[in-house]
Design a protein around this ligand. Structure first.
Ligand code: SF4
Length: 272
């Protein structure tokens, strides 16, 4: 495990995250051991390791909680995106609890918070998330099929565990976003759309796989593009998914706009 001393834990938002209305990003870790094969973060200049090593390393910001206690007042009432280049609930978080400590520090200052994760471990922190007046947890569930998930996200949690986490959050009164992003090949579009429609998320976001090289969503690997072709040779999967969602009346956002609606950030259900 690599530990580093960070200079800051709240970074001024830039680029599409800033355009979307966020003021700050918060990344407790550098690198991500979920190691999704399409992850744009592996291309970022600060991640100087070979791309083939993506998913095999991470660095924990050892002083993250201390920094958060000091810097949280800056974010009072402002919008924080956690996280933009790592997953705040990757496996090591179970032990290090950096994300949890940061949340405790932030809660005192009440920023508008969006958590972005594939990690069901987020349910551990329902007690703290419940203290935020404006919060949403975006769970990434980009396919309906475990074989496909394992091909693209071999070290990320199984899809069912993410659905269970989404349900637990919802039952706790915490707004949930379902992110079909990037939309991977789907085995049964109708059944997947039924599940999404039936869940009743606060926000549904869909983003085409590799729709904008080097733009929003950034780059992906040739390997991931090849995998997508293998599972979806016609390349029609995205349109089929949109049609299935439309047929069920799901009010979804496409790509960027769905991630950043702080004006529409769900207020917690009272008494949740
Ligand atoms: S969980 Fe997110 S940050 Fe981690 S590898 Fe997957 S896409 Fe990248």
């Amino acid at each position: 495990m690599e530990l580093a001393q960070a200079r800051s834990i709240l970074t001024p938002a830039t680029g599409f995250i800033r355009r979307g209305g966020f003021d700050w990003t918060c990344n407790p870790y550098t690198g991500c051991t979920f190691g999704c094969r399409y992850c744009y973060a592996m291309f970022l200049p600060q991640n100087r390791r070979p791309r083939e090593d993506w998913g095999r390393w991470f660095q924990a910001k050892a002083n993250a909680v201390e920094l958060a206690r000091r810097q949280a007042p800056r974010a009072a009432g402002q919008a924080v995106y956690m996280s933009s280049v790592t997953d705040p609930y990757q496996p090591v978080e179970r032990v290090l609890k950096l994300t949890r400590g940061i949340l405790e520090a932030l809660a005192a200052c009440q920023p508008k918070l969006v958590i972005q994760t594939r990690g069901p471990l987020v349910t551990r922190d329902i007690d703290i998330l419940s203290m935020f007046e404006a919060v949403r947890v975006n769970l990434s569930i980009p396919t309906d099929d475990e074989e496909i998930r394992q091909a693209f996200e071999p070290k990320a949690p199984p899809l069912d565990s993410r659905w269970l986490a989404a349900q637990a959050l919802k039952e706790s009164g915490i707004p949930v976003g379902l992110c079909l992003t990037p939309l991977l090949p789907v085995a049964n579009h109708a059944a997947f759309a039924d599940r999404v429609a039936g869940f009743g998320a606060d926000v549904v976001v869909v983003q085409e796989f590799h729709d904008a090289p080097r733009g929003w969503g950034a780059d992906t690997t040739d390997e991931a593009v090849g995998l997508a072709r293998r599972f979806d040779p016609s390349g029609n999967g995205y349109l089929l998914m949109l049609r299935s969602l439309n047929e069920r009346g799901v009010d979804y956002h496409e790509g960027e706009s769905g991630f950043f609606p702080p004006s529409g950030l769900g207020q917690r259900a009272s008494g949740g």
